[in-house]
Design a protein around this ligand. Sequence first.
Ligand code: FES
Ligand code: FES
Length: 149
Amino acid sequence: MITLTINGKSHEVDVEPDTPLLWVIRDAVGLTGTKYGCGIAQCGACTVHINGEAVRSCSLPASDAAGKQITTIEGLAADGKLHKVQQAWIEQDVPQCGYCQSGMIMAVAALLKQKPNPTDADIDAAITNICRCGTYQNVRAGIHAAANG
Ligand code: FES
Ligand code: FES
């Protein structure tokens, strides 16, 4: 048994300690907003926050997240209000198919916490998520809009 705190709620899950956190979030806890893309820490579709930092959950053993604050896309909005990145994503019409976008949004939210007004170089360095629809220009516009919003 591992105890995980996800979006402020404690969950006791019966999984092997080396089960990737992504599987626990999706299958054991039932939060399916976090997506599986590559499984090898390359695409970023599975990005969540652990203690506020962006982490690719497909490649993190669940036991490593025990005792830490895990936030998924379902927990990003607070007090009934969308996070400023989610709001900017709607206003800028960023997503196309949407599959990569929860990971994108989580990565961007973590970036803006560290750098509230990132340059294009900061964005290029920090946001390495892969989008098969090619929304990269929209993502960049969305980040600047969220930073200025
Ligand atoms: S599914 Fe985790 S980085 Fe691609
Ligand atoms: S919006 Fe379709 S993969 Fe990114």
